[in-house]
Design a protein around this ligand. Structure first.
Ligand code: HXC
Length: 514
């Protein structure tokens, strides 16, 4: 056999395996509105950058009719490539091959690329489209999942881990995405649940569709399992690329800087925020008024919208923003918003991304529902996350900073590096109305005109406490600034903090209020 014929033979073999589950299965995949695993990888990675490994891996299962059955690539494609020239490791489950089910060799391929990603310190992207544990392979499939979960945990906080749900992700399989940093879902395509509709019906007698139980919207809006929601697979890939452009390759690196840009002209911060604390506004507009090019890449946009988290750039460098959203529930902190913010803060801290906090909130949300669902435990997460974060931490108090909310939103007391307040800031134990009603209850009740007395006491309280100057007099705020100075002051604070060195006491690990 000549070299040429060897090469031709190789090409033929590759072509055969690359067909995955064959024309019929591919046709079914297309009918479901889905791309194939290979098309997905090629659409996501830079052109001609994909390098595949383990193409010729075969399963060795014998039971339940598996002997002699060919499953090309054992239902998963693994490899390396680049996105915006940055290296990534990737795997994509191929639903056309035995429903992308995970058997022993399938799992070994995934864990091989995970080990690679961790060793080489590059991001890992996993595209999930699978019927879960391969039933015919029994405990070997379960073992495979265990090996994946263990590696997800090892890699957590070391390399970025991204999960893309582009099909079913059922049973214990959902726990790999849950252990990763960012989960992407697509309308009508993504499905995640521990037990499907038929089990729900047989155990609980409840009728529910797959979409209602664990569709993309449910995870983006209700459960908070998904961080990004897209209407099409291509939109989802664009979102992943944008995310990759903001984050560093590993915890040993900083995100690569971009060319600095000014915010768009005409976006003036001082025109956005009404001085009256009762009038809401969109905090996103404030963020866009200070970021490079007025660009802000929001994370978990549809979940707990009373807090905003996401990435922007300041002078070309990636910054993580955490901001109360006065437009939703007055920007209050509750269970979901605390979980959302705490997780994002920990992400930024793990990956050397400075955090800028924009504050305007009336405190934690009161109520039996919140108390009984554990607002104490969940609310503590944000305190923990800010306190342990050692990256540069900058706070701007825009308007309200009441009670626990003042402390929780990266106050000086949790070791903020720079705290600025606008002259509209109100820093107090609670809002003037509530405070006056409690502190001056007796005077108000006994007054000839109680309403007049109430208003007088509210004004007195406002004058004394609901302003930034008492906190500034204590040095809890470093400077009261004009709104138009906000970008410049943050930029300078970031520049000064560039070589920040801070650490936590030596410990194996803390015990956060999970
Ligand atoms: C083996 C599987 C499979 C599985 C699907 N297939 N899931 N083979 N093990 N888990 C095969 C089917 O037999 C079929 O093969 C092909 O994949 C396509 O499946 P269809 O059922 O025809 O596709 P569809 O109608 O689109 O339904 C998709 C599905 C359904 C909803 C995912 O296949 C399904 O319910 N599968 C089982 C899901 C499940 O219960 N998995 C185990 C979860 S427990 P042919 O040869 O006919 O084309 C789990 C434990 C993990 O994962 C524990 C970790 C700790």
């Amino acid at each position: 056999m000549s070299l040429r014929s060897n090469v031709l033979d190789l090409r033929k073999r590759k072509k055969e395996v690359q067909k995955g589950g064959g024309d019929k299965a591919i046709e079914k995949q297309v009918k479901m509105g889905k791309l194939t695993a290979r098309e997905r990888i090629l659409a996501l990675l830079d052109k001609n950058s994909f390098h595949e490994y383990d193409l010729f891996v075969e399963h060795a299962a014998k039971d339940f009719g598996m002997e002699g059955k060919t499953l090309h690539g054992d239902g998963v494609i693994i490899g390396t490539g680049t996105i915006y020239d940055k290296p990534v490791c990737i795997f994509a489950q191929d639903f056309t091959v035995a429903g992308g089910s995970l058997g022993l060799m399938h799992a070994r391929k995934i864990t091989k690329i995970m080990d690679h990603a961790l060793k080489m310190r590059v991001p890992l992207i996993g595209i999930n489209d699978s019927g879960g544990a391969r039933i015919q392979e029994g405990v070997n499939s379960l073992a495979g999942y265990g090996e994946i979960f263990f590696r997800n945990t090892l890699a957590s906080g070391v390399i970025p881990q991204i999960s893309v749900i582009l099909g079913p992700c059922a049973g214990g399989a959902v726990y790999s995405p849950a252990l990763t940093d960012f989960v992407f879902v697509v309308e009508n395509i993504s499905k995640m649940f521990i037990t499907g509709p038929s089990v729900v019906k047989s155990v609980l007698g409840e009728e529910v569709s797959m979409e209602e139980l664990g569709g993309a919207k449910v995870h983006a809006e209700v459960t908070g399992n998904a961080h990004f929601y897209a209407e099409t697979e291509m939109e989802c890939f664009d979102q992943i690329k944008t995310l990759i452009s903001f984050i560093p390759r590993s915890n040993l690196k900083k995100a690569l800087p971009h060319k600095p840009k000014a915010p768009l002209k005409g976006v003036k911060v001082e025109d956005i925020v009404p001085a009256d604390p009762r009038i809401p506004y969109d905090m996103r507009d404030v963020l866009k008024s200070i970021t490079d090019g007025s660009e802000f890449f929001e994370v978990m946009e549809r979940f707990a919208p009373n807090i905003i988290v996401g990435f922007g750039r300041m002078n070309g460098e990636t910054v993580g923003f955490v901001a109360n959203q006065p437009m939703v529930l007055a920007g209050v902190l509750d269970i979901d918003s605390s979980d959302k913010a705490a997780r994002f803060i920990r992400y930024c801290d793990a990956f050397n991304i400075p955090i800028v906090t924009m504050e305007d909130l009336p405190g934690y949300l009161p109520g039996v529902d919140q108390e009984h669902a554990g607002v104490i435990r969940h609310g503590a997460k944000i305190l923990y996350a800010y306190s342990e974060a050692t990256v540069p931490k900058i706070t701007v108090i825009v308007r309200k900073a009441y009670g626990g909310g003042y402390i929780a939103m990266n106050s000086r007391h949790l070791r903020a590096d720079f705290v600025f307040a606008w002259p509209t800031a109100e820093i107090a134990v609670m809002g003037p109305e509530g405070a006056a009603n409690i502190v001056f209850r007796k005077e108000i009740a006994e007054a000839e005109n109680p309403e007049e007395m109430r208003q007088q006491k509210i004004e007195e309280y406002k004058e004394k406490f609901a302003n930034p100057y008492v906190a500034a007099a204590q040095g809890y705020i470093d400077e009261v600034i004009e709104p138009s100075e906000t970008r410049a002051r943050i930029l300078h604070a970031l520049q000064v903090s560039e070589n920040k060195s801070a650490s936590m006491p030596a410990k194996k690990h803390g015990i956060p209020p999970f």
